[in-house]
Write a protein that binds this ligand. Structure first.
Ligand code: SAM
Length: 240
C-alpha cells in the first residue's frame, strides 16, 4: 500500500499530466500539416502568445519555446522522405529524437514502422505527442527525458528532425548519433539549414521545399534536406 505522501505525489503527477494535455488542446488547433495532408497535428496558430501562455501556466519566465506546437522544417523534410521512401522504416523499430509535436514519429508509424518511440525533454511535448498520435489513430510510445545522456536505445532507425537549432544540443547530438550508428542503427537527419549543422560530417540524400512558421523563421518557405552520417575517416596510424 502507498504511504500517504506517495499517494499524494502520484495524484499530483497524474493531475499535472492531465493539466498539460488540457493546456495543449486549449491552445492549439488540429490541422493538416502543410505538404503532408495525411498527417494532422495540434499546432499553434500563433507561437509567441502561446509561449507567453506557457510561461504563465508554469510560472517560469525562462520556459522554452513551445517547439511542440510547430511542425519544424527538419521534421517536415523527414516526414516527406518517409512518405517517399517508406521502406526506410517499414517493419523497423524507430526512435524520433527531439520529437516536438511527434511529427517524425507519426510519419514513421504511418509508413509501417513496427514500433515507434518519441523522445523529448519537454513535458508539454510529451503531452502533445500523445495527443497527436491519438488524433492520427497511431500508437507511439512517449519518453520524456534526455536520451542523449544514455546509451543509444534498442531500435533500428533514429530520426533526428531539426536538432541543430541551438549550440548546446548541436554539440551533443552528432557524437551520440555516431555511437548509435556504430551499433548498427540507421540515422536519418532532417534539417532546414540551421547554422550549427555540421554539414561536412553529412551526406545529402534528398531535399524538399517545406513550409513552416513565418513567425519564428525568416522565411516561411525553406529547403528541408535529408542527410545520412558521412562514414568517419579512419585515423592514420601515428609514426613511432
Ligand atoms: C526544433 S524542435 C524539433 C521538433 C521536431 N523534431 C520537428 O522537426 O518538428 C526541437 C525539439 O528538441 C527538444 N529537445 C531539446 N533538447 C533535447 C534533448 N536533450 N533530448 C530530447 N529532446 C530535446 C526540444 O524540446 C524540442 O521539442
Amino acid at each position: 500500500m502507498c504511504s500517504p505522501p506517495d499517494r499524494v505525489r502520484q495524484t499530483t503527477g497524474v493531475t499535472a499530466a492531465a493539466a498539460r494535455r488540457a493546456f495543449v488542446l486549449r491552445h492549439t488547433r488540429l490541422q493538416p500539416v502543410p505538404g503532408l495532408e495525411e498527417i494532422r497535428l495540434h499546432l499553434a496558430d500563433e507561437v509567441l502568445p502561446l509561449w507567453h501562455a506557457v510561461q504563465v501556466e508554469t510560472g517560469d519566465p525562462d520556459t522554452p519555446l513551445p517547439y511542440w506546437a510547430v511542425a519544424w522544417g527538419g521534421g517536415l523534410a523527414v516526414a516527406r522522405y518517409l512518405r517517399d521512401r517508406p521502406e526506410v522504416v517499414t517493419g523497423q523499430r524507430v526512435l524520433d529524437l527531439a520529437a516536438g509535436s511527434g511529427l517524425c514519429a507519426i510519419a514513421a508509424s504511418q509508413a509501417g514502422a513496427s514500433a515507434v518511440i518519441a523522445a523529448d525533454i519537454d513535458a508539454f511535448a510529451a503531452a502533445a505527442i500523445a495527443i497527436n498520435a491519438r488524433a492520427n489513430a497511431l500508437r507511439v510510445t512517449v519518453v520524456q527525458r534526455d536520451v542523449i545522456g544514455e546509451e543509444p536505445p534498442d531500435v533500428d532507425v533514429i530520426l533526428a528532425g531539426d536538432c541543430w537549432y541551438e549550440a548546446g544540443l548541436a554539440a551533443r547530438v552528432l557524437p551520440w548519433l555516431r555511437s548509435a550508428e556504430e551499433r548498427g542503427i540507421r540515422v536519418v537527419i532532417g534539417d532546414p539549414g540551421r547554422p550549427h549543422l555540421p554539414i561536412d560530417e553529412l551526406v545529402e540524400l534528398a531535399s524538399y521545399e517545406v513550409r513552416t512558421t513565418t513567425e519564428l523563421e525568416d522565411l516561411g518557405l525553406r529547403q528541408g534536406r535529408i542527410y545520412a552520417l558521412r562514414a568517419a575517416t579512419p585515423r592514420r596510424p601515428t609514426r613511432a
